[in-house]
Ligand binder design. Sequence first.
Ligand SMILES: [Zn+2]
Length: 293
Amino acid sequence: MPIFGKPKFASISTSKPQKADEPRPSKDWFKCKGCGTMLDRKVISAQLNICPKCNYHLPMTAYERINMLMDNNSFKEIDKGLASKNILGFEGYDDTLKAKKKSTDLNDAVVCGFGTIDKQSYGIAVMDFRFMGASMGSVVGEKITRLIEKATEKNVPALLVTASGGARMQEGSLSLMQMAKSSAALARHSEKGLPMFCLLTHPTYGGVTASYASLGDVILAEPKAMIGFAGARVIEATIKAELPDDFQTSEFLEKHGLVDRIIDRKDLRQELSLLLSFFKNSQKEEKSTASKA
Ligand SMILES: [Zn+2]
């Protein structure tokens, strides 16, 4: 369930007045959340969903991200068929699941699989915010855990691309258990000396931030993404203090050491390839040092 409040960050404003000759929002046209410019959906999707005027990083679907981060035709999806059930009999959950499956063409809020980038193998899990705010229910947790377990078995690194409102309220404590389960799988992956990278995208909140999104060996974030546990308004009301304007943005978190690097989407592929080769080489070095000793 999304638990973040209204973003405080000034760049996420839509207050620019509509000009008379500008196209109206429609199926093909929409307003940039960063600068208010009207953008053509087709043109923007060919430009990695980045606003050419203000560099605002617009949302991407899971498959769009996978296409961006994998060599052509290298991606093999796993556990595509796993779908959530209304185990607790939560009112309206069945209908919501049905509607979201139809509108997104996904069975749940994460897509997982294996492939290569510049011929280097790795596992990837990408959360898709369109499916119930990418809330983490038992299927999301299970798919991420299986991806990590398979990556451990295959001896390959993993990348988790997060976007989430937090744990899925409709699955109660079953959702919360996913935090421990996925973290335990990551600990075993790490014990084998395998690296895990996180890419935090807008917005990443709640139980996802409190588990795997914070466990990467390298934590990357997209510019101006909102990242936190509870929303700023909740924190402000609890501690009765005013928070800085850029609170919970990637930039704020980078400044305070919770994010290692902020990466523009157009540089991400190169960055990831570099990280994969860097960690592969350091593993090789460790092995050769160990065998010499
Ligand atoms: Zn813009």
